[in-house]
Design a protein around this ligand. Structure first.
Ligand SMILES: NC(=O)CC[C@H](N)C(=O)O
Length: 337
């Protein structure tokens, strides 16, 4: 993936974002630079996704103090798709505890595509991590609620609290995916055959499919990301959604698995946890600083938005977000007493 960041000066993190005006101009810079990229293809294995305008492009940054910056098609709505996995995972960890989820779902990368059946077979039916479809379906199966309806309401309510507004189901996307998701149904039945699901597999897939069909825009995603960046408190509504320790756990899993088989490349180039979805969204979380969201429907071969990756790479460098970047500390003798 050509990220077009050669020569972009890297800001070494100071623990805070640059000032408001600087963030605004860097956001516009990221948009201008990345809008030129027209490579990649729109997902079409969910038929309705192929109908999107491929040129849509929006970016939004939500700071942990509640300030929001936006450029382009930032409020254009699209289905959240796999980005939902990160937030459902956080909610389930909050409910049933990090150890249980860590063991049952796992935290290791499969190195394979998000909808791989081979990954399951290679690992004795263990879903491996919550960001691939197998692990996400297994995570949704653990959502509290006796009936599928109760589980769905829990997910919709929880993701809405992350966003700070009521998120609604995109019925057209849901129906299109529900009519064609044979592979996900197969994955769920395989999980069941290995004794890894305690609920009806088709019910679990149905709740998962609804979860992926929630309608969001980049502003919602940026605020959802900012909630994970802000120790679990939504910086716009002030509501605590999950505990601080849940944010830490979720972000570490995202760092390892958020971009499937490309997670290592993402971390190497961009250095912040994030999550992509096949409709073209990406959310990135800079702990203690901000949530970033991009939307552009053309994807690379792993299902990650091409422009979104470029724009995020530029913003990570210029805003000083890379969690692995440091500058030398002043020598001990020169520190003031
Ligand atoms: N990578 C994605 O966004 C995939 C989500 C999609 N709902 C699926 O299950 O295939």
């Amino acid at each position: 993936m050509e990220l077009d960041v050669t020569g972009v000066p890297e800001r070494v993190s100071t623990g805070a974002l640059p000032g408001w005006d600087d963030v605004e101009s860097l956001l516009h810079g990221a948009y201008e630079r990345s809008a030129a990229a027209t490579d990649g293809v729109v997902a079409d294995y969910i038929p309705i996704l192929a109908a999107v305008d491929p040129d849509l492009f929006g970016i939004c940054v939500a700071e942990v103090d509640g300030g929001v910056h936006a450029v382009g098609d930032a409020v254009h709505e699209f289905s959240i798709q796999s980005i939902s996995k990160a937030f459902t995972y956080a909610l389930v960890c909050q409910e049933i505890g990090h150890e249980v989820v860590g063991v049952r779902i796992g935290v290791n990368n499969t190195g394979l595509a998000f909808n791989s059946v081979v990954a399951l077979e290679l690992n004795d039916g263990h879903p491996m991590n919550p960001m691939v479809n197998a692990g996400a379906i297994a995570t949704t199966a653990l959502v509290p609620g006796v009936t599928p309806t109760a589980k769905w309401e829990f997910v919709q309510d929880g993701l809405s609290r992350f966003a700070g507004r009521r998120l609604t189901l995109d019925v057209t996307v849901y129906e299109s995916e529900a009519a064609t998701n044979l592979r996900n149904r197969g994955i769920a039945q395989l999980l069941e055959s290995y004794g890894r699901l305690d609920v009806d597999p088709l019910d679990a897939v149905d709740v998962y499919t609804k979860q992926c069909s929630l309608r969001v825009n980049t502003r919602d995603l940026a605020i959802m990301g900012a909630t994970l960046a802000d120790g679990g408190v939504n910086p716009v509504t002030g509501e605590r959604v999950v505990d601080e320790s849940i944010c830490r756990d979720t972000l570490s899993v995202l760092a390892a698995t958020g971009f499937y088989e490309r997670s290592g490349e993402w971390l190497f180039e961009i250095g912040v946890p994030g999550k992509s979805g096949v409709s073209g969204g990406i959310v990135t979380i800079a702990p203690g600083k901000a949530g970033l969201a991009t939307f552009s429907p053309r994807l690379d071969s792993a299902g990650n938005s091409v422009r979104g990756q470029r724009a995020t790479a530029y913003l990570s460098r210029t805003l000083g977000l890379n969690v692995f970047a440091s500058g030398p500390h002043p020598p001990r003798e020169s520190r003031s007493a």
